[in-house]
Design a protein around this ligand. Structure first.
Ligand SMILES: Cc1cc2nc3c(=O)[nH]c(=O)nc-3n(C[C@H](O)[C@H](O)[C@H](O)COP(=O)(O)OP(=O)(O)OC[C@H]3O[C@@H](n4cnc5c(N)ncnc54)[C@H](O)[C@@H]3O)c2cc1C
Length: 368
């Protein structure tokens, strides 16, 4: 559904186009976060969103609620209890056999029923494959606005959600407001928001809600799962050490050098977008605005120029080491350590040096 957009004011917040919010908006309160879990395993983006949701809820002076949907059993109960440890004040839970495996129709029904009953002001979901599918369906069913792939979330003085995301190929950021509809919905990609601290806390408020649907209402049937389904959530986004290569490496063969260094460091490997477009690496290895966002302790970028679309995916790294032949490459504007040299020559030397110096236990320490 199309968003109402306002030009952002120079110093954040909206330009002078304000009007009073409709009266019925007062019925909508609280910040909700969808807890994405499959077969009892929660996607960590859910906890990251609880961290972001907590900041919004505190500013608004409202509750932060988690929404857990799934088949009856220990898995969803554990997810609900964990949500409390990551900051949720209360949890809405819909348990049904129809929610055993993700299917759009029952999940959309469960979520829209909850929203229509309890009326949240803000609803956040992870921009994962599942979250994107669900968010779009929920927004169109509720006839409300959805801002996808946000990089920052804030609330305006009137309580409106200010959802910021890249636009024009990532060269600009725009702040989008959902002025005329509620709830205000946004998705955020994994690793864009920092992981909040987990604090042991009992879950004291659990609101259970029925799913008013039967299997015959659901067109989609799950027949089987491919065994490598989990690999999509590969560790790249959550890796502590990442080595990546760009077009500067010159050929597909040279990406062996990236993999070898990654292997010695016990790291994940990745690449820039043109490398995927050339077919030198698989798409799930792409880092950046249209690939994965990473937050490793160490990021080594070899032959990558540091275009803004790449930068947004890596700037959460604690230490960025860039290797580039061009001393004026943009990556040196945000790298912590810059090495001006030929990466094709340096990478094997680095690999050998690390191989000699790093014992297995040291590698484990880097990763921990
Ligand atoms: C809508 C949109 C979305 C995008 N999303 C992404 C995204 O998610 N991720 C992404 O990465 N890009 C993305 N891009 C593309 C982005 O704009 C850049 O084109 C891309 O990041 C450049 O890739 P690169 O740095 O590998 O290649 P180049 O820009 O060609 O840079 C190669 C670099 O290697 C250096 N070099 C050359 N030879 C050597 C050598 N022997 N040793 C060391 N250095 C060397 C060069 O000096 C240069 O700086 C997107 C673009 C658009 C429009």
């Amino acid at each position: 559904m199309a968003e109402a957009q306002k030009p952002p004011a120079a110093a954040g917040g909206r330009a002078n186009t304000k009007k009073a919010l409709p009266d019925h908006f007062k019925d909508y309160k609280h910040v909700w976060v969808f807890i994405e879990q499959e077969r009892g395993e929660v996607h960590p983006v859910s906890w990251e969103l609880l961290g972001a949701g907590r900041a919004l809820a505190t500013k608004l002076g409202v509750d932060l609620a988690a929404v857990v949907l799934g088949s009856p059993g220990e898995g969803v109960r554990r997810a609900a209890a964990e949500a409390s440890c990551y900051g949720a004040d209360l949890v809405y839970l819909v348990e049904s056999d129809l929610l055993a495996n993700y299917r759009n129709e029952p999940y959309t029904r469960a979520m829209t029923d909850l929203v229509n009953t309890y009326k949240p002001e803000i609803l956040l979901l992870g921009a994962t494959t599942l979250g994107r599918d669900l968010a779009g369906a929920v927004a169109t069913t509720l006839l409300t606005g959805l801002t996808a792939d946000c990089t920052a979330l804030d609330v305006d003085t009137d309580g409106s959600l200010a959802a910021t995301r890249p636009t024009f190929g990532g060269s600009l950021l725009c702040t989008i407001y959902t002025l005329n509809y509620r709830p205000q919905m946004a998705t955020v990609r994994p690793r864009v928001m920092p992981m909040p601290e987990r604090i042991e806390r009992p879950l004291t408020r659990l609101i259970e809600h029925p799913l008013n649907m039967v299997e015959d209402d659901v067109v989609t049937k799950v027949l089987s799962f491919l065994p490598d389904r989990q690999s999509e959530k590969s560790s790249l986004a959550y890796a502590d050490v990442v080595v990546a290569g760009g077009l500067g490496l010159g050929s597909q063969e040279n990406f062996q050098l990236v993999r070898q260094l990654a292997s010695v460091l016990g790291a994940e490997f990745g690449c820039s977008r043109p490398v995927v477009q050339k077919g030198w690496m698989a798409a799930d290895r792409q880092i950046g605005q249209t690939g994965k966002t990473i937050r490793p302790r160490l990021y080594i970028a070899a032959g990558i120029s540091g275009a803004v679309q790449h930068r947004v995916g890596v700037e959460g790294a604690d230490l960025i080491v860039a290797i580039n032949t061009d001393k004026n490459a943009p990556i040196f504007d945000f790298a912590h350590v810059g090495i001006v040299t030929d990466a094709v020559r340096l990478l094997p030397a680095l690999t050998e040096a690390f191989r000699q110096r790093l014992s297995a236990s040291t590698r484990d320490r880097i990763a921990s």
